[in-house]
Design a binder for this molecule. Structure first.
Ligand SMILES: Nc1ncnc2c1ncn2[C@@H]1O[C@H](COP(=O)(O)OP(=O)(O)OP(=O)(O)O)[C@@H](O)[C@H]1O
Ligand SMILES: [Mg+2]
Length: 112
């Protein structure tokens, strides 16, 4: 199992959730964050008219998925979150050791 952690533009959250829904990916959570990437939070990396902010609002989406679903999920997030401009976001894939459904005690893939 893997946790797919995607930092995306807040306005893309709806599209990304819809895309995951179409894949049958149901469980997820997200949190509003502030962050910065290579442009250090500047809106326009070319410069002149940019306002200087340290960080920009983003959404961090977390989805734990079966190993077999990782590539489909990552592809779907990229397609739904992409604009082509700087600041489109970043996706991290982390190993997950165990998942336990509280109600039933199921573990592993079955608990996802
Ligand atoms: N190395 C990182 N570690 C943790 N979070 C990151 C990292 N890089 C980016 N982020 C998060 O992702 C958000 C979007 O990053 P962003 O898309 O600007 O990345 P980038 O590397 O600057 O790529 P681009 O040049 O396309 O803008 C950041 O605001 C921050 O929240
Ligand atoms: Mg950037």
């Amino acid at each position: 199992m893997k946790k797919v952690e995607a930092i995306i533009r807040p306005e893309k959250l709806g599209d990304v959730k819809d895309a995951l829904d179409r894949l049958g990916i149901l469980g997820l959570n997200f949190v509003e964050v502030r962050g910065r990437g290579r442009q250090r939070g500047q809106t326009y990396w070319r410069g002149a008219a940019s306002y200087m902010a340290d960080t920009l609002p983003k959404v961090k989406l977390e989805v734990v998925v079966r190993d077999d679903d990782v590539e489909r999920v990552v592809d779907a997030i990229i397609k739904a979150a992409w604009t082509g401009d700087v600041g489109d976001g970043k996706i991290f894939v982390l190993p997950v050791e165990e998942v336990i459904r509280v109600r039933t005690g199921e573990r592993g893939d079955d608990a996802i």
